[in-house]
Ligand binder design. Sequence first.
Ligand code: CA
Ligand code: CA
Length: 270
Amino acid sequence: MKRFLKLASLALAISSLAVSLAVFAQEPINSVNSLGVSPDAVFAQQPINSVNSLGVSPDLEISQANVSYLSDLDLLVFEEQVKGTIGNTLPNAAGQLDTAPVLGYVFPTTLKPEDVGFNSTEGIVALAATSHPDFDDTPLWDENNNNNYGDDGKMFHTHWVVLTPDERVPGGLSVKEFEKEDDSVVLPPTNPGMQMYMDSPGFCVVSKKNSLKILVPAERVNHKINFKFDGVTAYMEVNTSDSERPLLGVYQVYSVRSGDLSLPYSIQQR
Ligand SMILES: [Ca+2]
Ligand SMILES: [Ca+2]
């Protein structure tokens, strides 16, 4: 019964996310009017950092989202293809951590938080390739291979996050936060030390022309190779000054592959 309730609650969370994402995926982005139709009237009064946000672009419009399992390598390949070119549209630095822009090519999944090293907790486990020029959150990795482990923010790099519905931001989602004192929280040892369900697992990101791929050994997802997933591109932003908004929220959703965030896609076995 407890498990049923948990699943029912998760299903509710997913459907609520789907509604908010569906609304925002269809709205014109980056315009004053797009705030006017926000279901979050409170947010409409908040300053949105439109200087940092990115306009609509084919570079952010997903045409394909797939995950392949390569059995000979025991490897999952997460791929998003866009109508434009990966990497041609990247955020500009805000010059500070507060309001720092974060662009994400995101794969929401039906994986459980425990499958990727977190404790059991409500929310959607998503894999993301992000770019955010203002800060580096991969202290263990040197994605641009310059022997500096602290300057890789702009390079696409990977995160596991747990997403949770959040009406305080127009994208209706944020990365789940926790209290410092909460000793039930488990994070993978590769986490970047933030008070959020976020990991920096160091997976390879391969981007070429219209395709972005993330290479994930199956052992890093508890050998789960039958989960469902979706593809999303989104603009997120760091907030360290406004206690009424999340630390890292979704402000704009550019593209949802399924159209309704129903996570309908299955893994192709190869
Ligand atoms: Ca780094
Ligand atoms: Ca580096």
